[in-house]
Design a protein around this ligand. Structure first.
Ligand code: PHE
Length: 339
């Protein structure tokens, strides 16, 4: 009998009902008039008198255990049902947050869209580069300060392998691959050994443009940039080119746009000048064409390179460059509407 008691106890402990009807069925099986316990009590009558005391105690314990367990299961099920009733299944689901694009991506895509409309196609290339593509092919003399450790990150002290400091390396890669006419736009991340502050970072983004064909002139460069500036900052925008120097363009220029905040009158953002610098540009140096296997007698071209963070700062009025890299949701959520 002891074994039977133990077996029933185990069955009760392991019982896992799926519905309320299961519990009732189980209750009848164990505690019902023809149930297992009733049967056991019948058997108890035949037990030797000296065993009765001990067995009787065990059987009462088992009965209490069965009753308690079944009651507990019933109340558990009832409260679950109330929970279900409280949930209004017809209510529309609450929308999941869908996130937003990063302002740098937004501006990068917009720059590409603008140039796409005048026939430029997209290309990219490696962030880890060699000296040839970042410097030598771009006409940087061996003693140029950009090749210094102060400005460039080198990989494992090997002066030939480095993180690209500008996307102009993509000009070289494109010209190696493709013969003129070439009209490409190349976005990418660039790296410079700079102290991080509100206006400088060691990682930032550039977009490079390159156009090589017969008879490409400085007027074409000016026109392409003017078109870009008007599309990006508004129809009233004007541009100004100041003479400058880059080893890979001749002549070279820094390009300013009229300040879209004060309309050119002068404000703190444009430092009272009415102009904001947005890019470097120029006519591709014949030495660069030759280094990339393009006949510089037959072809000419222009190139430009702009900082995406800089354009985004001007477009959205962001004053601290570090915000782009911190992934603070309070900052990023402000660009949701710009999807
Ligand atoms: N690579 C230059 C820079 O990083 C920008 C540039 C690109 C200038 C193309 C001229 C032509 O400052």
């Amino acid at each position: 009998m002891i074994n039977k008691i133990e077996k029933i106890r185990q069955n009760i402990a392991e019982f896992r009902p799926k519905t309320q009807a299961d519990i009732e069925e189980f209750r009848v099986r164990i505690l019902g008039r023809k149930g297992e316990l009733t049967e056991l009590f019948e058997e108890f009558k035949t037990v030797a008198p000296e065993m009765k005391r001990e067995l009787g105690k065990k059987m009462n314990e088992l009965k209490n255990f069965a009753q308690d367990t079944i009651n507990q299961l019933k109340t558990d099920f009832e409260s679950q049902e109330i929970e279900c009733e409280r949930t209004d299944m017809t209510r529309p689901a609450s929308a999941d947050g869908i996130g937003s694009r990063h302002p740098i991506s937004l501006v990068k895509n917009e720059i590409f869209d603008i140039f796409k409309r005048i026939g430029f196609t997209l290309t990219d290339g490696p962030e880890i580069e060699d000296d040839f593509h970042v410097f030598s092919a771009l006409n940087f003399p061996p003693e140029h300060p950009a090749r210094d450790m102060q400005d460039t990150f080198f990989i494992e002290k090997n002066p030939d392998i480095l993180l690209r400091t500008h996307t102009s390396s993509l000009e070289v890669r494109t010209m190696e691959r493709q013969k003129p006419p070439i009209r490409v736009i190349c976005p990418g991340r660039v790296f410079r050994n700079e102290a991080i502050s509100y206006r400088a970072h060691c990682i930032f983004h550039q977009v490079e443009g390159l156009y090589i064909d017969e008879n490409v002139s400085f007027a074409d460069l000016k026109q392409a940039i003017l078109y870009f500036a008007k599309e990006m900052f508004g129809e009233q925008t004007q541009i100004r080119l100041r003479p400058s120097y880059f080893p890979f363009t001749e002549p070279s220029a820094e390009v300013d746009v009229s300040c879209n905040l004060c309309g050119g009158k002068g404000c703190p953002v444009c430092k009272q000048t009415g102009w904001l610098e947005i890019m470097g540009a120029g006519m591709t140096d014949p030495n660069v064409l030759e280094a990339c296997g393009i006949d510089s007698k037959k072809y000419t071209g222009f190139a430009f390179g702009m900082g995406v963070e800089r354009i985004a700062m001007l477009k959205y009025g962001v004053k601290d460059l570090r915000l782009y890299f911190e992934n603070d949701l309070r900052f990023l959520e402000q660009f949701e509407a710009a999807l």
